[in-house]
Design a protein around this ligand. Structure first.
Ligand code: PAF
Length: 301
């Protein structure tokens, strides 16, 4: 793996690769890599000649009250995992390199209002502008490429896809299925915050989403009832505080009057220091041991 720490070196590395006729895959991350990230790198390695993994904990996407300082950092483990999964280039800039005038000196912000104001955006108001701004910068540095993002952050994926379309970035965005632990918990760097008791309770989030899917598959198409079914599951757990559960159109992320194919179920639950999010298609009734295939749509009830 060739490690680059400056924007100039990173851009030059990928420009050189393309000049030699090699295709480029990009996997933007904030480090603390787990099997979910590894699956993105492996997919990129199957589809591209060069695979660049970026590791940067982006301060712009954290509110002052959030976990920026505590966010898990594991540079050696990240380098090893990236290489094992097939990365050929690492980009590990520090904050001064990404934001030479300081994070408050970044005067440009990219936002995708209509998709970013609901769910995660409602709970974390400046979050997606911070994500889009850093991803736009990474895309500008990387140049033409395929960029891989996990469906665990489905709203982020939708926002980035729209940004790429609206601003004509020469980037093909590839969404990849959520990777889950055997008990169904979606892999996330923030799972490291969980105490043993919280870790045992955490699959209640995907359990709630699957209860919502089962209600839909069983014939319920009322969004309020499906939200209530999901909330009841979380609220019955002695551990974990519900932030939100939602059923929305997967393309627009807007609420629907009648739930149907193409809808998706979303939830966020706080377990102590960890705020976990997850989502599944409305007709997903897979059991805990089966991977979420990430399909949107499918059979009607
Ligand atoms: O999903 C993440 O890890 C981050 O939001 C991203 C896309 C790397 C931007 O900082």
């Amino acid at each position: 793996v060739r490690t680059t720490t400056t924007t100039v070196a990173f851009r030059a590395e990928l420009d050189r690769a393309r000049a030699a006729g090699r295709s480029v895959g990009l996997v933007p991350t904030m480090g603390a890599l787990h099997d979910g990230h590894a699956s993105l790198v492996e997919r990129a390695a199957q589809e591209c000649d060069e695979v660049a993994v970026t590791i940067f904990v982006n301060p712009l996407q954290f509110a002052p009250t959030e976990d920026l300082a505590a966010y898990p950092r594991d540079p050696d483990g990240d380098a090893r995992r990236s290489a094992e999964a097939g990365a050929t280039v690492l980009f590990t800039p520090d904050e001064d390199e990404m934001y030479p005038d300081g994070r408050d000196g970044v005067l440009t912000s990219v936002s995708v209002e209509a998709l970013a104001g609901v769910m995660e955006g409602a709970s974390r108001p400046d979050h997606f502008a911070g994500v889009c701004t850093v991803v736009a910068k990474l895309f500008n540095l990387a140049g033409p490429c395929r960029a891989y993002f996990g469906e665990k952050d489905f709203q982020q994926l939708a926002v980035i896809r729209r940004m790429v379309g609206d601003l004509s970035f020469p980037v093909e965005v590839v969404g990849c299925p959520t990777v889950r632990e055997p008990d169904g918990l979606a892999m996330s760097s923030r799972n490291r915050y969980l105490t043993d008791e919280e870790r045992r309770a955490a699959p209640v989030l995907v359990g709630a989403l699957r209860a919502g899917a089962a209600a839909y598959v069983g014939g319920c198409t009322d969004p309020g009832s499906i939200r209530r079914t999901m909330a009841d599951v979380v609220e019955a757990s002695p551990v974990g505080t519900l932030d939100y559960v939602e059923v929305v159109d997967a393309a627009t992320l807007r609420p629907v009057g009648v739930v149907g194919p193409g809808c998706r179920l979303f939830g966020a639950v706080r377990f102590g220091r960890a705020r976990l999010i997850d989502n599944i298609p409305v007709d997903d009734t897979v059991d805990d041991s089966a991977p979420d295939d990430g399909d949107v749509g499918g059979a009607s009830p």
